[in-house]
Design a protein around this ligand. Structure first.
Ligand SMILES: Nc1ncnc2c1ncn2[C@@H]1O[C@H](COP(=O)(O)OP(=O)(O)OP(=O)(O)O)[C@@H](O)[C@H]1O
Ligand SMILES: [Mg+2]
Length: 250
């Protein structure tokens, strides 16, 4: 049984179809990449899965349970967490307070919530920054706080929405390592939306591609890279050129 299954999902915003009969599943322990052009419907799909948006039609199953149109709080409670593309950390929360918002999902004790938050911050390489205002941190650290907050809910599936956007190459490398650890050491199943191809192609065991709301490809990164439809819709000539040149040198 897949840990997450999306069946024939449609999401309309008025006359705009943001997700067009999307179906895919995620196996327990998988690390799945979700790519596609701007406006393809990737974040919308996460929002539908996580209960932020009501779906127009279709179904979402988590660990075999129908979670379609459940409220976000209930979905997190069941063990499915997500980060938001635009991290709107409240300016008047510190790093530790932010992460405790996540840990309070599993405990009412302030002490237990703080301990869990500290454990996660340590894991994320953020210890020592507990008392800083999130709004005053550099973007890379803010993205880590967003991941830490989601992790503090102790998810079995984690949806990451562009956690590498705006980062420099060193920070991207660090993010790749952090996601590997979340996946491998914590044993969390991960689905990640990303435009940074280095990250998505390095990390993902499988990649799915959305274009104008429709799923156009589903396969191993090496196959996705060479898929003519994906190149045309998204990866473009930069990637096509790399494929050609690597083909020539082989
Ligand atoms: N709340 C909303 N109300 C109306 N339209 C929306 C809403 N959210 C998204 N859309 C529209 O749905 C489409 C898909 O948007 P979405 O944000 O899911 O794309 P995306 O693949 O995440 O893009 P990006 O890579 O730029 O983040 C876009 O045309 C967008 O304008
Ligand atoms: Mg998006």
């Amino acid at each position: 049984m897949p840990i997450l299954e999306v069946q024939d999902l449609v999401k309309d915003f008025g006359g705009l179809r943001a997700n067009n009969h999307v179906s895919f599943s995620v196996e327990k322990g998988e690390l799945l990449g979700l790519i596609g052009p701007n406006g393809a419907g990737k974040s919308t799909l996460f929002n539908c899965i996580a209960g932020v948006y009501h779906v127009t039609s279709g179904k979402v199953f988590f660990e075999g349970q129908d979670i379609t149109n459940r409220r976000p709080y209930e979905v997190s409670r069941l063990g499915l967490a997500r980060t938001f593309q635009i991290f709107t950390a409240s300016g008047d929360l510190t790093v530790i307070e932010n992460v405790m918002v996540g840990s309070f999902l599993r405990t009412r004790s302030r002490k237990a919530a703080k301990n869990k938050a500290e454990e996660i911050l340590d894991f994320m390489g953020l210890s020592g920054q507990e008392d800083q205002w999130v709004s005053e941190l550099p973007v890379a650290a803010q993205k880590r706080v967003a991941m830490a907050t989601a992790l503090a809910t102790q998810p079995r599936v984690l949806l990451l929405d562009e956690v590498a956007a705006g980062l420099n190459p060193t920070e991207i490398e660090q993010t790749i390592n952090v996601i590997r650890q979340i996946h491998f050491d914590m044993g969390v199943t991960v689905v990640l939306i990303e435009h940074v191809m280095e990250l998505v192609m390095n990390l993902s065991q499988r990649v799915i591609v959305l274009d104008s709301g429709t799923l156009i490809a589903n396969g191993k990164p090496e196959n996705i890279r060479q898929n003519p439809e994906v190149i045309k819709a998204y990866l473009g000539e930069r990637y096509a050129a790399q494929i050609t040149s690597s083909g020539e040198s082989a």
